[in-house]
Design a protein around this ligand. Structure first.
Ligand code: NAP
Length: 255
C-alpha cells in the first residue's frame, strides 16, 4: 500500500486502454484516493463509469488542458472537496493526425502550437495549480516517449513536444523542490492506446522494439503503471527531475 492515505488527480483517461487508467488502477491498488478529469462531455460518461468501478466516490471534473478557466475550476473543486493534494498524473498528448505522418519538415505553425500547448505546456499549467494544494509535499508524474531525444520516424512534432515536456519536468522540479514537491517523467515504450493509433506505422514500431529491445518484447501497460506508482510514492523520495525508462531497455541501444 505505497499510496495509502494519498489523494491524487489523474489527467488523461480516455478509455480503459489509456495509460492514465492503468496508472489509476495501480494507484488505487496501492491505497490512493483518486480524482479524474475528462476532456469534453462525450467522455464524461465513460470516464465516470471507469472511476465508479474503483468503488468509493472519485471527484470528476471536465478539463480541456488548453482551457484555463476549466483548469481553475478543477483545482478549486479539489480544494473544496479534499483541501489538499498529494499527487498529479499527467498523461495527455495531442497532435493533428497529418502532423504524425510523413516528414517533420512540413509541420505547420498551428500544428506545432497545438501539439506543444496540449502535450507540453499543459504540465506547467497543471503544476501551477496543483503545487499550492500540495501543502505536505507531493509528486507529479508525466508520460513521455523516447522520440523526445532521438528521431523516431513519423513521431515528428510530438517528439519536439516531448522534448519540451521533459525540459519542463526538469525546470519544474527545480522550482518546486523547496516545497517538497517532486516532478518526474516515465518514458514508456510503445503501448497500444487510442493516442498511439494516431501515429502512422505504430504497429511497425512495436515490431522493431520486440525484435531489438534487450528484453525482446514490448512493455506491458501494467509495468508502465507500476513505475509511475513508484514515482508517485514515498519509495522514490530522493528522485526528482528524472526520466525513468520503462521500455524493456530499448533506449540503451546504439544500434
Ligand atoms: P490515450 O488513452 O489516447 O490518452 C491521451 C489522453 O490525452 C486522452 O485522454 C485524450 O483525451 C487526452 N487529451 C488530448 N487532448 C487533450 C486536451 N486538450 N485536454 C485534455 N486532455 C486531452 O493515449 P495514451 O497512449 O494513454 O497517452 C497517455 C500519455 O502517454 C500521452 O502523453 C502519450 O504521449 C504518452 N505515451 C504513450 C505511449 C504509447 O505508446 N501509447 C508511449 C509513451 C508515452 P481525448 O481522447 O478526449 O482527446
Amino acid at each position: 500500500m505505497l499510496l495509502q492515505g494519498k489523494k491524487g488527480l489523474v489527467v488523461g483517461v480516455a478509455n480503459k486502454r489509456s495509460i492514465a487508467w492503468a496508472i489509476a488502477q495501480a494507484a488505487h491498488r496501492e491505497g490512493a484516493q483518486l480524482a479524474f478529469t475528462y476532456q469534453g462531455e462525450r467522455l464524461k460518461e465513460s470516464v465516470g463509469e471507469l472511476a465508479a468501478g474503483l468503488g468509493g466516490s472519485s471527484p470528476l471534473f471536465e478539463c480541456d488542458v488548453t482551457n484555463d478557466v476549466q483548469m481553475d475550476q478543477v483545482f478549486a473543486g479539489l480544494k473544496s472537496t479534499w483541501g489538499s493534494l498529494d499527487f498529479l498524473v499527467h498523461a495527455v498528448a495531442f497532435a493533428k493526425r497529418e502532423e504524425l505522418e510523413g516528414e517533420y519538415l512540413p509541420t505547420s505553425r498551428e500544428g506545432f502550437r497545438l501539439a506543444l500547448d496540449v502535450s507540453a505546456y499543459s504540465l506547467t499549467a497543471l503544476a501551477q495549480r496543483a503545487v499550492p494544494l500540495m501543502t505536505a509535499g507531493g509528486s507529479i508524474v508525466a508520460m513521455t516517449y523516447y522520440g523526445a531525444e532521438k528521431v523516431i520516424p513519423r513521431y515528428n512534432v510530438m517528439g519536439v513536444a516531448k522534448s519540451a515536456l521533459e525540459a519542463s519536468i526538469r525546470y519544474l522540479a527545480f522550482d518546486v523542490g523547496p516545497k517538497k514537491v517532486r516532478v518526474n517523467g516515465v518514458s514508456a515504450g510503445p503501448v497500444q492506446t487510442l493516442a498511439a493509433r494516431g501515429i502512422s506505422g505504430f504497429t511497425d514500431m512495436m515490431k522493431i522494439v520486440e525484435g531489438k529491445a534487450p528484453l525482446r518484447r514490448n512493455v506491458q501497460i501494467e509495468e508502465v503503471a507500476n513505475a509511475a506508482a513508484f514515482l508517485l510514492s514515498p519509495l522514490s523520495s530522493g528522485i526528482t527531475g528524472e526520466i525513468l525508462y520503462v521500455d524493456c531497455g530499448y533506449n540503451i541501444l546504439g544500434m
